[in-house]
Design a protein around this ligand. Structure first.
Ligand code: SF4
Length: 290
């Protein structure tokens, strides 16, 4: 089995608990969701594609673009559309674990996860949804000889996928690296229905992995979303998941992002939730590889 991934890059973590930490990102291909409604009217009639993606496909951009990083950026729906829609699959890479590790190592400033000055580079498993079937390759990935000095791994997940038995057994017995579950369940603003998006039992399962840390992170645009966060957080708490809650303003472009950034910060102060910026938008704008 080979790992299908869109891109791997070195940047600073832009969101959540580890904002600002130098990190290598591995963006796996595929997602069980489409989140096509971000930035669009709530009552919009849903179709198979986000309208911007539909337009790209109509213009055959997926066939005429040669490299993943040359694909246009879109401003509504899932911001990593080329990591989820099968039409863009051929622009993604398919590599053995050895090849993936070589790629990751080539991105590190000193070719190793722990630098001579004692600082370590984090690995962020993102997507798409990184906890789909690719889990089957993760033990081999983390046990690779060139991954032995890795100290910190974050899974950025939509928190709908149960852990495979082999993988969870491995995580429960290893103590070489810290594991963080950055859980970002999708609210109705994404276009995904509550019953498939809010899975407290899955979050509970992640939270019971030995020595791991978990937080919830919600993308919000308005008061409706904030009310929904309140309901979701209650559902997670009822399932036994007590953890920090972060709100992150919606917006893939700096213009949209800055529109509601202060409002979200104020709401966080009111409710005792934590605010997370989208640091990469302020630093780099919206671009692949950041
Ligand atoms: S869960 Fe994340 S990767 Fe999947 S469609 Fe939604 S925003 Fe995109």
């Amino acid at each position: 089995m080979k790992l299908h991934y869109s891109e791997a890059f070195y940047s600073v973590q832009g969101e959540g608990k580890f904002v600002g930490v130098p990190s290598v990102f591995l963006r796996t291909f595929g997602c069980n969701f489409r989140c096509q409604n971000f930035g669009l009217p709530r009552d919009r009639e849903k179709s198979r594609y986000n309208p911007e993606v539909e337009e790209l496909i109509k213009r055959q951009v997926h066939e005429t673009t040669e490299k993943f990083e040359d694909l246009p950026i879109i401003h509504t729906g899932c911001d990593t559309y080329a990591s989820i829609y099968p039409e863009f699959r051929h622009l993604n890479m398919q590599k053995s674990v050895d090849e993936v590790v070589e790629h990751l190592i080539s991105l590190l400033p000193e070719g190793k996860w722990t630098m001579d000055n004692g600082q370590d580079i984090h690995l962020i498993m993102t997507g798409g949804e990184p906890l789909l079937a690719w889990q089957r390759l993760y033990v081999e990935l983390f046990e690779h000889p060139k991954m032995q000095d890795l100290k910190n791994v974050t899974f950025e997940t939509n928190t709908t996928q149960h852990l495979h038995e082999d993988f969870v057994n491995y995580l429960n017995t290893q103590n070489r690296f810290e594991v963080t579950w950055s859980c970002s369940p999708k609210l109705s603003v994404s276009g995904e229905p509550w019953d498939t998006a809010i899975k407290p039992d899955v979050a509970r399962e992640y939270s019971t992995v030995n020595g791991s840390d978990l937080y919830l992170k919600f993308v919000v645009a308005d008061q409706n979303d904030v009310d929904e966060v309140g309901r979701a957080v209650n559902a997670y708490r009822e399932a036994g998941v007590e953890c920090p809650v972060y709100l992150m303003p919606m917006g893939g472009r700096s213009e949209e992002y800055s529109l509601n950034v202060q409002e979200v910060a104020n709401l966080c102060m009111e409710r005792g939730w934590r605010f997370t910026p989208r640091l990469h938008i302020s630093l780099f704008g919206n671009a692949w590889g950041t």
